[in-house]
Design a protein around this ligand. Structure first.
Ligand SMILES: [Mg+2]
Length: 250
């Protein structure tokens, strides 16, 4: 098993993982630990369902910005010091595929909502996600949606949010892309997350070490466990700090 001390790339989800409750900021201790001698050569990558613009704006208030941002589980931007630069080849392909699948989603929605007896539910305006009252409802709806998938499509769920996405979407997929375009190597990567949209970077399919915060969904804790990963005892940001402190002691 990879030793934490050998890790050189640290990938964090944001909401319900790195962010302090009800904020869009990591705890200050996170940056302090990131700056410490043992971790200073480590690259920090943010992998989130949020948009690039949101993360860029949040990070203006942080003492350190991530080296790379993976946004909406699909787009890649590199930190070039004074600005972020898009991986335009990858992002334009993902934009095109997203447009295709978004129009499939609009067509499919009425049928899905009829199956779920939820004709009154409307997708949110920003990204067209359906937002359910509970995770259990969202998981049930995802099972229905899985039966309706066409080639090149997948379901994408984050807690109570559910949508349809192109097959190419995924935080793990994006990290794989970074392996090809940058010097990132799988045995040196650790990823931490909490929800279903984190699973493809946590379940070991791409060879990354993984950790789940204490508040992670049961299926996420299961995926990390089956990857011989680290099940943290603390919730969200406090779990991430726990991981970093273990790392410093390794
Ligand atoms: Mg999350």
């Amino acid at each position: 098993m990879t030793r934490l001390a050998d890790i050189s790339v640290f990938v964090t989800d944001l909401d319900s993982t790195l962010f302090l409750p009800d904020t869009t900021d990591p705890p200050w201790e996170f940056f302090y630990l990131l700056d410490s001698q043992l971790l200073e050569d480590c690259r920090w990558i943010v992998a989130t369902g949020r948009s690039f613009e949101q993360v860029r704006k949040f990070s203006e208030n942080w003492p350190q910005r991530p080296g790379t941002i993976i946004s909406r589980e699909r787009f890649i931007h590199f930190n070039r010091g004074d600005r972020f630069e898009a991986d335009e080849e990858w992002n334009s392909r993902l934009r095109r595929r997203t447009q295709e699948v978004d129009s499939d989603w609009k067509e499919l929605l009425p049928k899905l909502l009829r199956c779920l007896n939820k004709a009154e539910l409307e997708p949110d305006n920003e990204h067209g996600h359906l937002i359910f009252a509970s995770e259990a409802e969202a998981i049930e709806a995802e099972e229905f949606l899985k039966k309706m998938l066409k080639k090149g499509q997948q379901t994408l769920r984050n807690r109570v949010h559910l949508t349809l996405a192109p097959k190419e979407v995924g935080k793990g997929r994006c990290l794989k892309r970074l392996e090809r375009t940058t010097s990132l190597e799988s045995p040196e990567v650790i990823c931490v997350g909490d929800s279903a949209n984190d699973i493809d970077m946590l379940d070991g399919r791409y060879g990354y070490l993984s950790a789940a915060v204490a508040n992670a969904e049961p299926i996420v804790r299961e995926a990390v466990k089956s990857n011989d990963g680290i099940l943290l005892e603390n919730q969200a940001a406090y779990g991430v700090l726990e991981l970093m402190k273990r790392w410093l002691q390794d």
